[in-house]
Design a protein around this ligand. Structure first.
Ligand SMILES: [Zn+2]
Length: 108
């Protein structure tokens, strides 16, 4: 899977701050700046900004900070996973992620 950490490091400089959740890194937020308000947990594949409160996974990161559509983000991540590439199989995969994201944001 496309590494969230690698992606973040292309945008901002991250520093290891604690062993929380298998390792926590801090740095400026790719969206709103600052110094250490942006946190990344590579082992969980999650990020969170305490200032603008943007948070999520690799797909969310791509959408929020690289300004790609959900479809493109899912495609980029899916490619790394080596998923089937026939249009029908892709659609099923995207739909599953989409529904999952909807469920997740409904909970927040
Ligand atoms: Zn931010």
């Amino acid at each position: 899977m496309m590494s969230l950490f690698t992606l973040c490091e292309e945008d901002v400089r991250l520093t290891y701050v604690s062993s929380t959740n298998g390792g926590e890194y801090a740095g400026p937020c790719p969206g709103c700046g600052g110094r250490d308000r942006f946190r990344v947990w590579p082992a969980l594949g999650r990020f969170w900004c305490r200032q603008c409160n943007k948070k999520g996974d690799t797909i969310t990161y791509l959408i929020e900070f690289r300004k790609v559509t959900f479809r493109v983000a899912a495609h980029l991540v899916g490619k790394q996973l080596g998923l089937p590439t026939s249009p029908n199989q892709q659609r099923t995969f995207y739909d599953a992620i989409w529904k999952n994201n909807m469920r997740r944001s409904a909970k927040n």
